[in-house]
Write a protein that binds this ligand. Structure first.
Ligand code: ATP
Ligand code: MG
Length: 243
């Protein structure tokens, strides 16, 4: 990698194998019209679950909502937030009315619903979500870390409606090469990409920090290129620090 021009980091989205599997899952869920059903997306932190759902929602008109810990004991707070995510400008202030408003909005304009970080909810909430899926007949895609599988399995009626499950796997060397090329316009050697791959544990975040570190390095040392040694130093430095 060698450059003279100032490098900027572009916020690119790479179509990884996980992303392609996500699209296949969404196609399959959309075939199951009229009976509300669940999809499930799980995997370790940093593998790109949320970003994929946001990207997909942006292109396909979906409802996306990330669960907040502060709603933990309030179904009403959750329903109000879902109303807003579904485009209802003034969410009703009571549970039953908020539920009905969501159902009406979703039937008027049927869309898949993504609920992210679902494990932050009390278990009882899952019954509310099941009622919503049934009343609207739409797919609800529940997302979270690995414990989501047992969370959903424990409820038979939820599990029997779970059509698709997708595990997010570690990102791959090819993804890192593509990301570097597209975000900072630099070709990375396979050796350096393998190093990043290994040290990141398949998590996007340390990879992004390292690529940013490399861009900084190239900007402050325009006559140098990134050797394996420099790459190692960048990976080990505070910039990429946590693992
Ligand atoms: N396909 C992708 N292309 C480029 N960057 C990506 C891609 N997927 C994720 N990222 C970036 O990687 C980081 C982690 O992604 P994301 O937040 O989606 O992970 P996650 O699996 O939801 O993790 P967590 O379990 O911690 O919520 C984010 O900065 C995101 O923008
Ligand atoms: Mg996430």
């Amino acid at each position: 990698m060698k450059t003279m021009k100032k490098i900027h980091l572009k916020p690119v989205f790479v179509k990884t194998k996980n992303v392609r599997n996500f699209e296949v899952m969404m196609d399959a869920l959309s075939l199951n019209e009229d009976e509300g059903c669940f999809g499930m997306v799980f995997g370790r932190a940093g593998r790109g679950k949320s970003r994929t759902a946001q990207w997909y929602s942006g292109h396909n008109d979906c409802v996306y909502l990330k669960i907040l810990k502060v709603w933990k004991s309030s179904e009403l707070d959750f329903l109000k937030a879902l109303c807003s995510a579904a485009g209802i400008v003034q969410p009703p202030k009571r549970k039953g009315a908020a539920f009905a408003a969501i159902v009406e909005a979703m039937i008027d304009n049927p869309r898949p619903v993504f609920l992210d970080e679902i494990e932050k909810m009390l278990r009882d909430f899952i019954d509310v979500i099941r009622d919503l899926a049934e009343a609207t007949g739409l797919p609800f895609i529940l997302m979270g870390e690995e414990e989501l599988v047992s969370y959903m399995r424990r409820d038979r009626r939820v599990w029997s409606r779970t059509f698709r499950q997708l595990e997010y796997k570690p990102i791959e060397i090819a993804d890192i090469l593509l990301y570097t090329q597209e975000s900072i316009g630099q070709k990375m050697s396979i050796d350096i990409a393998s190093l990043l791959h290994k040290s990141s544990g398949g998590d996007w975040r340390p990879v992004k920090r390292a690529v940013l570190g490399m861009a900084h390095y190239l900007n402050s040392n325009p006559d140098k290129k990134i050797t394996m040694e420099t790459a190692r130093a960048i990976v080990d430095s505070g910039l990429t620090g946590r693992k």
